[in-house]
Design a protein around this ligand. Structure first.
Ligand SMILES: [Mn+2]
Length: 342
């Protein structure tokens, strides 16, 4: 069996599984990005269009990052409290590497069945049905094929939600994961009514001033390590407080650290703003790599996180930012030496 045929069959199997469902709850990881939200919305609209009883759910009460608020149907996502009939709904997780990342154990335990669709290579295959295509630029790209196999109508709203996921997760079509197919799908979605200019403007050119100030703080605290190959910055709780931002203002920040000449790995360490008084320090680590030789997913995994080889993250408790940076410096130094890049 050729690889193409086996992917096609896997897509067909998941499409059939989804089509057979009459009552679903669609969710993604907490602190969702454009791929997670775009995928949830696109699948929800498609299944609803095919006559299924679908609800969207997000296991957090905090608002999503402002970048994603233009997405139509976002307000229909149930947040925090579960709908009463959740034990009777098949759980469909999209763009979610593990059951824990959904953020609600009760929901996962009660689910009569779990369908898991994702592109994270380190996905734990926590569903009864699993489709993980790590070569795909985004979960939205996988869903584009699934929706077509299901015979769902890709409306303008669905097209825009999928386009958003692809745009964001492919690094605006610049990452290695953006294949010729990714570009063809994007073109197709624009043809179906995805407003690419508006999407771009909403995500990348409506940055709140407060976030821009946080951005300045990040650059103020920038340090280059490992002979200029590692760019690292720290945002403390006071940086969030003084700029009037929250941790959902950090979306995309780390990417600009990677843009610095000579940098191969970018790392942003930040404290949860509300945890300033906490006894045990708790940090979030975001990692980006621009080199195939340095896999940041492995580095994140060593701290209990995960993601992709070139974009990963972890939540770390019990370690200070300084300790995390020391760990990163040593890991990146080793990776550089191993790859013969010194
Ligand atoms: Mn994704």
């Amino acid at each position: 069996m050729s690889a193409v045929n086996s992917v096609d069959q896997a897509l067909k199997a998941v499409s059939d599984a989804l089509k057979a469902e009459t009552r679903v709850l669609i969710t993604c990881h907490v602190n969702p990005d454009g791929d997670a939200l775009g995928s949830v919305i696109a699948l929800h609209r498609a299944l609803t269009g095919l006559g299924a009883d679908s609800v969207m759910y997000l296991a957090q009460t905090e608002p999503v990052a402002p970048e994603w608020r233009f997405l139509r149907s976002l307000r229909e996502i149930i947040k925090g409290g579960l709908p009463d009939d959740y034990p009777f709904r098949t759980l469909v997780a999209v763009d979610c590497g593990s059951a824990e990342r959904i953020g609600n154990d009760e929901l996962v335990k009660a689910a009569p069945r779990i369908i898991n669709i994702d592109h994270h290579a380190d996905n734990t295959r926590f569903g009864e049905v699993n489709l993980v295509i790590s070569q795909a630029s985004s979960t939205a790209e996988i869903l584009f094929f699934i929706l077509q196999k299901m015979g769902a109508e890709i409306t303008a709203e669905i097209a825009e939600a999928l386009y958003t996921g692809i745009l964001v997760d492919s690094g605006r079509f610049q990452y290695a994961s953006a294949s010729p197919s990714t570009f063809r799908i994007a073109a197709d979605l624009i043809g179906r009514g995805a407003r690419h200019t508006e999407v771009f403007r909403h995500i990348y050119e409506t940055v709140p001033l407060a976030k821009t100030r946080l951005f300045c703080r990040m650059f103020d605290h920038l340090k280059l390590e490992c002979g200029g190959r590692l760019a690292v910055s720290v945002l403390e709780a006071e940086d969030f407080r003084q700029t009037g931002t929250s941790d959902n203002s950090t979306e995309g920040l780390v990417d600009s650290l990677r843009a610095i000449e000579g940098v191969m790995v970018a790392a942003l360490v930040y404290s949860k703003p509300e945890q300033e008084e906490a006894e045990t320090p708790s940090c979030r680590l975001s990692l980006r790599s621009s080199s195939d030789a340095i896999n940041v997913q492995k580095i994140a995994k060593a701290k209990g996180g995960g993601g992709h080889p070139q974009a990963a993250g972890a939540s770390i408790s019990g370690e200070s930012a300084a300790q995390i940076i020391e760990f990163l410096t040593s890991r990146v130094d080793k990776a550089i030496a191993r790859a013969g890049l010194k």
